[in-house]
Design a binder for this molecule. Structure first.
Ligand SMILES: [Zn+2]
Ligand SMILES: [Zn+2]
Length: 144
């Protein structure tokens, strides 16, 4: 993601456009799949360009504004993603490889989001559903 694109998204979300936010948003968007805060930190240069507290605070802000999605990975630690397929729908899926740990954002079929809307949940309006799919990634399947 180019800095100009990150700036535009930040401003559209009503956030102040800062250099830290731009590089953190771009690092999450450019990652191949969901990443941990530590991986984002490694990509943006925590310790050199910004400190850990700044990283976590800005990640939280990006999550609150809906620019970045957060969910728990298989090890229960948070993963952050901004999938290329947009806009993010209510239902969001992640595929995790049980063998090598590789992970990817997977676009949920539109019908899944529609199905959530049809569920009778006693008045609850559902804003977010995370689905974790586990199996073997293409690389691990090829090695079988
Ligand atoms: Zn794998
Ligand atoms: Zn995702």
């Amino acid at each position: 993601m180019r800095p100009a694109a990150a700036s535009k998204l930040l401003m559209q979300a009503g956030l102040e456009d800062t250099a830290h936010r731009r590089i953190i948003l771009a690092a999450v968007a450019d990652a191949e799949g969901p990443v941990t805060a530590g991986e984002v930190g490694a990509a943006v240069g925590v310790g050199e360009k910004l400190n850990k507290v700044t990283l976590y605070r800005n990640l939280e802000l990006l999550v609150e504004c809906g620019l970045v999605r957060r969910h728990s990975g298989p090890d229960r630690s948070y993963r952050y993603c901004r999938p290329s397929f947009a806009p993010p729908s209510v239902v969001h899926c992640h595929a995790y490889c049980a063998s090598c740990g590789a992970s990817r954002c997977v676009e949920a079929p539109k019908s899944w989001t529609e199905a959530v809307g049809l569920l009778d949940l006693s008045g609850f309006e559902i804003g977010k559903v995370d689905i974790r799919l586990e199996g073997l990634c293409p690389d691990c399947r090829a090695k079988r």
